[in-house]
Design a protein around this ligand. Structure first.
Ligand SMILES: [Fe+2]
Length: 320
């Protein structure tokens, strides 16, 4: 199987106008907007679609205690042969639907909607980062950059909270062909599309609370300066930080999460690990230190001990 990464994510939302403002402020490019829905794009042309939560064309939400949440994620594949193989495999095990544009749609064992289409996203070529280190000067007589907003390059990963971790992980690995990158054994699995180099495109997490639902969607930025400047813009625009800035030991990235009125959280990332088949998967203990080597908790205070508390990082209920 040759899938390439996340190409599209569809949300059903309670308030379309608020949803549109969030994604504009987050730094996505508006590409379509009418009374029924709106579409926003990253720099590599991956898209977010927001629809009214009661739109009958959307897959049903998994968590029924919120009206705003993700309904479907679309992954790219390299060829029609990949689509055919996936269709046949999914049809043998359950329901799969092909739409008029040749996109195949199905539900995973816990009811989360997914789709596959021929890959349409384009490679991005961000400006080179110039950093000064004694003995390795890249920026002579030149001030460092500042950002008044972010412009996310790609959508990198989606995260679900699950109460049936092994069943769901086996489906993504055995049925869909995802590869395991790292894990919290018995607690969480980081998985990537077979032909993607992102550390993970899907992360499944079981916080042990008997819940299932969408948790967050992550976007990769071009520099730590953009992560700071983009985050400041979100705060200025009235959006609440869920956690960060900080840094994850697993995947190595700097992060900042914002509570998203569309459901769950939206995450800025910078400098995530890039992997291929020579990567050595590692099993990690599920500890606060392995969630964040350091982070800010809520705005205005350093609260690393709270970073991985069930309340902040793992509870689905806190990031809606
Ligand atoms: Fe994440």
């Amino acid at each position: 199987m040759h899938h390439t990464g996340i190409e599209k994510v569809v949300y059903g939302v309670e308030d379309l106008d608020v949803a549109k403002k969030f994604w504009r402020d987050f730094g996505l490019k508006p590409v379509a907007d009418d009374s029924a829905h709106a579409v926003f794009a990253t720099q590599n042309n991956a898209t977010i679609e927001v629809w009214s939560s009661d739109d009958p064309s959307l897959p049903s939400p998994v968590a029924t205690d919120t009206r705003s949440t993700v309904r479907e994620v679309t992954f790219g594949v390299r060829s029609k042969g990949d689509l055919k193989a996936l269709t046949e495999k999914l049809a043998a095990a359950g329901d799969v639907r092909e739409d008029d544009e040749g996109v195949i749609h199905a539900l995973d064992p816990l009811g989360f909607g997914f789709a596959f289409r021929l890959a349409q996203c384009q490679p991005v070529t961000p400006a080179a980062i110039k950093t000064n280190v004694p003995g390795n000067i890249k920026r002579l007589n030149q001030r460092g950059p500042k950002f008044d907003h972010a412009s996310p390059l790609i959508m990198s990963h989606i995260v679900y909270v699950t109460d049936d971790l092994e069943t769901q992980k086996d489906f993504y690995v055995d049925m869909l062909g995802f590869k395991l990158t790292d894990s919290y054994p018995g607690r969480g699995y980081f998985m990537r599309c077979a032909d993607a180099n992102n550390h993970h495109n899907v992360f499944l997490l079981n916080p042990g609370q008997g819940k299932r639902g969408f948790h967050h969607l992550a976007f990769e930025l071009g520099s730590i300066h953009e992560l700071f400047g983009g985050g400041n813009n979100m705060t200025r625009s009235g959006w609440e930080t869920m956690i960060g800035p900080g840094r994850h030991p697993v995947s190595s990235c700097y992060f900042r999460y914002f509570k998203n009125p569309c459901g769950g959280a939206a995450e800025y990332d910078f400098d995530s690990d890039v992997v291929d088949d020579n990567w050595q998967p590692q099993e990690w203990d599920s500890t606060p230190e392995n969630f964040a080597e350091w982070c800010l908790g809520e705005p205005g205070g350093i609260a690393p001990s709270r970073c991985y508390s069930g309340r902040v990082a793992l509870s689905l209920g806190t990031c809606r």
